[in-house]
Ligand binder design. Structure first.
Ligand code: PLP
Length: 316
């Protein structure tokens, strides 16, 4: 497959748009589209990994379900079923000849009205695939990242629906990561409205203390991350206790290990917070063990005992 370098993106040949596979350059929308003005979209980020049996999509069923959940939350009714969307994803990865790739699926409002109530506008659906390496930097998986606690809070539960992966919600995430980058960090961690730990701009947060793994609850305005669920399962497989609970900020300063999880970030160690090293200031042993399991399964080196991988050849 020949990838086109489109402004820093390793773009693929075709994009699935409203039922047809069209060339990358032809997958366009009008400037009067509702989504351009008000962020009226829901989306999913998914990864496919190269395995000895060909490329396979990770947690495909869960991503399709969360997209449909987001549609329900935001009162969108796409004319495609979950099965249609599943086929569209597999077909797009296959047609573009990908090995490892990132898949962005988006449902968005088009042109009809610029009333803030988006429900009269037509719905469009796209599946975009491209090559995307390590989201938080090539070195990050091994060496970890330096992060800060953001001065921006996550939205209150009655401000925006955190469980919906809605385009407009990501304005909050943009403020978190822009502040972090401007201050020389790779990422920011937002607190919830009560001042407890919530999550990164695009990742869930875990920390480890005395062999127990802690992660903030849904009530802390987090996205219910699919990788977060995978990590919880891998911990339980390994006999490691996971406590989902309200966590004060200072737990990060006394943690033995901390890491982010997400489809884009995969499992990224956090080596310092607010310039204070986490544990000895490098990737911890449990983080490394979880990475070993995670990347072992996604690469097909270890058995996929939880059936997380869907081979792309199933699209044929
Ligand atoms: C705000 C936010 N939190 C957490 C995550 C991690 O979720 P997942 O593991 O489903 O990719 C993401 C990425 O989608 C995100 O955008």
């Amino acid at each position: 497959m020949l990838f086109l370098e489109v402004r820093g993106m390793k773009a693929s040949g075709r994009i699935w748009l409203d039922g047809a596979l069209v060339p990358w350059d032809e997958a366009r929308i009008h400037v009067a589209s509702h989504v351009v003005h008000y962020g009226s979209s829901v989306f999913e980020g998914i990864r496919a990994y190269q395995t000895p049996g060909g490329p396979a999509v990770f947690c495909l069923g869960q991503h399709v379900r969360r997209l449909l959940d987001s549609c329900r939350i935001f009162r969108m009714t796409p004319s495609y079923s979950g099965d249609d969307l599943t086929r569209a994803i597999l077909e797009t990865v296959r047609v573009n000849g990908h090995g490892d790739c990132y898949i962005r699926r988006v449902v968005f409002r088009g042109v009809e009205s610029l009333s803030v109530d988006h429900r009269r506008c037509p719905l469009h659906v796209a599946v975009i695939t491209f090559e995307w390496g390590r989201y938080l930097g090539e070195e990050a998986i091994e060496h970890g990242v330096d992060v800060m606690i953001s001065s921006w809070r996550r939205v209150a539960p009655d401000t925006l629906p955190g469980m919906g992966k809605i385009g407009g919600n990501y304005v909050n995430s943009a403020f978190v990561i822009m502040e972090a980058v401007d201050n020389g960090y790779v990422e920011g961690i937002a607190l919830d409205v009560q001042g407890y730990l919530s999550e990164g701009s695009g990742e869930n947060l875990f920390l480890v203390r005395d062999g127990v793994v802690y992660t903030p609850p849904l009530a802390a305005s987090i996205l219910r991350g699919i990788t977060r669920g995978v990590i919880t399962t891998l911990c339980r497989d390994a006999g490691v206790e996971v406590r989902e609970m309200t966590i004060p900020r200072e737990m990060l300063y006394i943690a033995d290990e901390a890491f982010f999880t997400g489809t884009a970030a995969e499992i990224t160690p956090i080596r310092s917070v607010d310039r204070q090293p986490v544990g000895p200031g490098r990737r911890g042993p449990l983080t490394e063990q979880l990475q070993e399991r995670f990347f072992g399964i996604t690469s097909g080196r270890l058995p996929d005992t939880h059936c997380w991988l869907t081979p792309v050849r199933d699209a044929i």
